[in-house]
Design a protein around this ligand. Structure first.
Ligand SMILES: [Zn+2]
Length: 600
């Protein structure tokens, strides 16, 4: 059985969003950052089947099944791993890699991987080179000062400056990169005489990172005055072209930073340009991303769903911006993401707004964002002259379509009430109009009983503590790993499945780039999958990771000592060998003395 390479499986997993796929089989409802539905693998009336978009896993609290998107398809379609990968690839229109297993196709895949890695590496080197340039150029320094960008912000985003003049090409050459790989990144071009040259000149350079933190592209913003740009016919923005490692609509600028900082609320602001992400950062507003291009794509919507419970759209107030917001609302609502719209007056974008009015006013603006429905109503109201009866009827017809899309009855009622008053039209007439658009599929809605995740962990229960330790490791924090690894040995775990998992997780940390670790794919059987998803699906709000780790490790150490004491007491009781007994007694004494309390 020919297996596909990691890279391909990775692509399938990241393209086939787990909520999307499972929604094809299970009616899922959002509850906080988790989706719940009735388990398709056991009969139940309460929804105990949980799916988390953030971690891309599912777990049933009823029957214990769990896994990633591939595991789900294997189980529900009753097919093997390879078939499940193919099944998902076909659904997502991802072409299968050359299926045969000849050394040639494997060789090709290897070569492609090699070039991809070269491109990542060139981008990284170029990013460092641009970053070093920024303080050596007067024009760049002046620009940074007028935009009030702090040094820490520039460092955080790796903002740099491209001087052009082939300095980048010479630098990359000196680093030993091949011309073809440089050309592939789009940072370097080739003229008609066959000479290579820097494609970015006199531009502020914004590296675009993927969620794994790799530089996949650059956005270059001209810093010459607009009049000069116009005269010389130079575009204000130039971006890296699409290539092997960069597909435009699949990434969000700033997500690598925003994903860790969206806070308890998990609210992410979506803006248009690089500066709209960077500028608020200098003032402590860190949960901002840019869609790189005016309208949000579906893939970007799915990315947002992984990291945010609520998305706030903030685009320019011109017509293009307004259309982008309406499209964004449609995409996000289809994906079941709560979305709102930021309304800004007297400034064209967040960057300008903050410079003009300050960050406090901006934060207040975020808090006062209006709902998607309110925004749609606002847009419609502008389009019709409501004093004119014919226009009013047209407006009501359009309005009815908008309100038919509101799934919450109470919310819909409020809008109907408001409209009825404002327009002087009876509520019944508006409701009748809405009902025309409601069709029959509303009957599906039923109240949902969520079985609450059992979060009680008795500090004395070692199995629970073992699970807590594994949970901490799944957070992919290097410091946490170092601490746990230095204090917890695999043999310290008493639960068999936990022990196997700890070994595998340790291995994953030692072997992999830990951004790429997927803990569901290291599992070898259903028991392990069930355990790891049960552990991961928990939504704990740890505010101080360091403290939490120390606490869990402290409890674990005490529990282990207690257990050993109990073991020693029974060993002493049962042994006839006096020498052995005295060894046990010595150990018991030293434990009692070191822990300071005699609990016998
Ligand atoms: Zn189940």
């Amino acid at each position: 059985m020919a297996l596909y390479n990691e890279d391909f499986i990775d692509t399938v997993k990241s393209t086939c969003d787990i909520v999307d796929v499972i929604s094809g089989y299970v009616n899922l409802k959002r509850h906080g950052s988790t989706f719940f539905g009735n388990c398709p693998f056991h009969r139940e009336k309460t929804a105990s089947f949980a799916v988390t978009p953030e971690k891309q896993i599912y777990h049933c609290f009823g029957c214990g099944v769990g896994g990633n998107v591939i595991n789900f398809i294997m189980k529900i379609e009753n097919i093997n791993f390879k078939e499940a990968v193919e099944f998902l690839a076909e659904k997502a229109n991802i072409p299968l890699p050359v299926a045969d297993n000849t050394s040639e196709s494997q060789e090709e895949a290897k070569i492609k991987d090699y070039h991809k890695n070269q491109m990542y590496s060139i981008n990284k080197s170029a990013g460092k080179f641009f970053y070093q340039n920024i303080y050596n150029s007067k024009i760049a320094k002046d620009y940074i000062n007028t935009r009030k960008l702090s040094i820490s912000t520039i460092r955080k985003f790796g903002i740099g400056f491209a001087t052009g003049n082939n300095s980048l090409y010479r630098f990359l050459k000196s680093e030993g990169y091949k011309d073809d790989d440089m050309l592939a990144t789009g940072l370097i071009g080739k003229n008609t005489r066959g000479e290579l040259y820097d494609k970015f000149k006199d531009r502020l350079m914004f590296p675009i990172f993927d969620v794994r933190g790799r530089v996949i592209a650059f956005g270059g913003r001209a810093i010459l005055p607009s009049s000069e740009l116009k005269a010389k016919n130079i575009p204000k923005y130039v971006n890296s072209p699409e290539n092997l490692i960069y597909k435009k609509g699949n990434h969000l600028y700033g997500l690598n930073i925003a994903k860790g900082s969206s806070g308890k609320l998990k609210r992410i602001l979506v803006v248009e340009g690089y500066m709209d992400v960077v500028s608020p950062q200098s003032f402590g507003v860190t949960n901002v991303v840019a869609s790189l291009g005016t309208a949000l794509t579906e893939n970007q919507g799915k990315l947002l769903r992984q990291y945010a419970d609520e998305v706030i759209l903030s685009y320019d107030s011109d017509e293009a911006g307004q259309n982008a917001i309406l499209r964004g609302i449609d995409i996000l609502q289809k994906l079941d993401v709560i979305c709102k719209v930021l309304i800004m007056e007297n400034a064209k974008d967040p960057d300008e707004y903050i410079l003009k009015y300050g960050v406090e006013k901006f934060n207040a603006l975020i808090d006062n964002s209006i709902t998607a429905t309110e925004y749609k109503i606002k847009v419609l109201e502008k389009q019709y002259n409501l004093k004119d009866t014919t226009e009013k009827i047209k407006f009501l017809n359009k309005m009815a379509i908008v309100l038919a899309g509101v799934t919450n009855n109470i919310e819909r009622d409020i809008y109907v009430e408001k409209l009825s008053k404002e327009l002087g039209v009876g509520k019944e007439a508006i409701i009748a109009e809405i009902e025309k658009h409601l069709f029959k599929d509303k009957a599906k809605e039923k109240p949902l009983l969520i079985s609450v995740v059992n979060n009680k962990s008795k500090s004395s229960d070692t199995t629970n503590l073992e699970e807590s330790i594994i949970y901490l490791l799944t957070l992919k924090n290097q410091d946490v790993y170092n601490k746990i690894k230095s204090l917890v040995d695999i043999q310290d775990f008493s639960d068999e499945v936990n022990r196997a998992l700890l070994g595998k997780v340790y291995n994953a940390y030692m072997k992999n780039n830990f951004n790429e670790m997927d803990f569901t794919s290291i599992c070898e059987n259903e028991a392990e999958l069930s355990k790891i998803t049960k552990i991961m699906v928990k939504d704990t709000n740890i505010t101080d990771l360091d403290k939490a780790t120390d606490e869990v490790l402290g409890f674990f150490k005490n529990a282990k000592l207690q257990q050993r004491k109990n073991d020693l007491v029974s060993l002493i009781k049962n042994t006839q060998d006096t020498a052995l007994r005295s060894t046990y007694e010595n150990e018991l004494n030293s434990i009692i003395q070191s822990s300071g309390t005699n609990t016998l």
